[in-house]
Ligand binder design. Structure first.
Ligand code: NAD
Length: 376
């Protein structure tokens, strides 16, 4: 299959629907699958008709554009309804066993040359494809929330992914006007290991000396952000943040990378059902107190970024592009390290290692203080 024309989407929730609208907007025919006929209808109303209708009412889209997109999207509650798809993107709920079964069904229902991909946030692609015939046609295609606005997609090559499959996905991403980066099958892929580590470390300081407003302001200052990491966690949902963090800890804590431990603070906040209160009092301006958090935060980000490069998960340039595009950080971690200087970066990585957040990457263990080679 060199070029997809009909795209299947399994699971028409917040991500699946946005992926479908994106593809339909790029001219693809889209067939989505939901659990039953009632959901096929209600999810379409919720995620397509209502939001696009609002865009038309606000003058952000014409009625003709909406009709064209809607005309390209249809639903089914049956895997057989996906038989003609060239590419199927799975965006069902984040449960490993369920996803393995979805792919087993797709393997039976779809053409033998149909490309099958998952939008999973945390599971290894190779595991999800265990029951698929001809795994050369499988890969990951990881979109970021909100999927029809955030331009990044990670194209994840698992060991069995064929070049033809990879090339077709890069082509699909380009036609969807996405910025695609190439990533190896690794827990959380390339972007989430950095984002998740950053909030796990930051949240662990929440308490008497550091309120939410202070942690938000430290993250804004450290990374040059308009919206800090506490704000972004609220946007993602603290439940999602908590579960994703637990999963990363489980995968990587005992691996050669190491990973921070899930802190009680995030667990409690998620269990309270409330988002972080970004206006919970005055910001702590004490320079030494702020530096303690900033050092741990940057140290963790630099350590995991170095591990990702050393594990060939992603190229240095793709990592920078991915972080800037998906997270809207003005600079990626490798650029930040180069700008701070490698001696200072090595000091910060050591802070993260001594705090037990990460194991020492080989580069720093070897005393290699060469800056990262970036094309810029
Ligand atoms: N929400 C995010 O920010 C985000 C970002 C990147 C990736 N993801 C990943 O995308 C996937 C979907 O997440 P979401 O937030 O859209 O979830 P969601 O709960 O909004 O949607 C999931 C949908 O899948 C449907 N579904 C479940 N089993 C199905 C089956 N067997 N066949 C057909 N439909 C089925 C459900 O009815 C539901 O509508 C997850 O794997 C998640 O980890 C989510």
């Amino acid at each position: 299959m060199s070029q997809s024309k009909t795209v299947g989407v399994v699971g028409f929730g917040v991500m699946g629907a946005a992926i479908a609208i994106n593809a339909a907007g790029a001219g693809y025919r889209v067939i989505y699958k939901e659990l039953n006929d009632e959901l096929v209808k209600s999810m379409y109303e919720r995620w397509v008709e209502k939001p696009l209708g609002k865009r038309v009412a606000k003058g952000k889209m014409t009625q003709e554009q909406m009709d064209e997109i809607c005309g390209r999207i249809s639903g089914t509650s049956d895997y057989a309804g996906l038989a003609e798809c060239d590419l199927v993107i799975e965006a069902a709920i984040e449960k490993m066993d369920l996803k393995i079964e979805v792919f087993a069904e797709l393997s039976k229902a779809c053409r033998a040359d149909a490309i099958l991909v998952s939008n999973t946030s945390t599971f290894l692609i190779e595991k999800l494809m265990a029951k698929v015939d001809n795994q050369a046609r499988t890969a990951g295609l990881h979109y970021f929330f909100p999927a029809n606005v955030n331009r990044l997609v990670e194209v994840i090559r698992q060991r069995a992914t064929a070049d033809e499959t990879y090339n077709a996905l890069m082509d699909f991403a380009a036609r969807n006007k996405k910025v695609a980066i190439t990533v190896k099958d690794f827990p959380g892929f390339a972007i989430n290991p950095i984002f998740i580590a950053s909030y796990m470390v930051l949240d662990s300081f929440y308490g008497d000396d550091y309120n939410v407003a202070t942690l938000e302001s430290i993250s804004q200052e450290a990374l040059g952000l308009k919206f800090g990491i506490m704000w972004v966690q609220n946007g993602s949902g603290l439940g999602t943040c908590y579960h994703a963090g637990c999963s990363m800890q489980e995968y990587l804590r005992d691996a050669d990378t190491g990973y921070p431990v899930m802190c009680e603070q995030l667990k409690k906040q998620f269990e309270s059902g409330q988002p972080w209160n970004l206006e919970d009092g005055p910001v702590n301006q004490d320079a030494a107190a702020r530096a303690r958090v900033k050092d741990r935060l940057l140290g963790a980000i630099f350590a995991i970024a170095t591990h990702l490069i050393e594990h060939d998960v992603v190229s240095p340039d793709d990592l920078e592009l991915g972080i800037r595009t998906a997270l809207a950080w003005p600079k990626g971690p490798l650029t930040l390290m180069n700008e701070l200087g490698m001696e200072e970066s090595a000091r910060l990585v050591k802070v993260a290692v001594e705090a037990g957040d990460f194991k020492l990457p080989k580069k720093f263990a070897a005393g290699d203080l060469n800056p990262w080679p970036l094309k810029g």
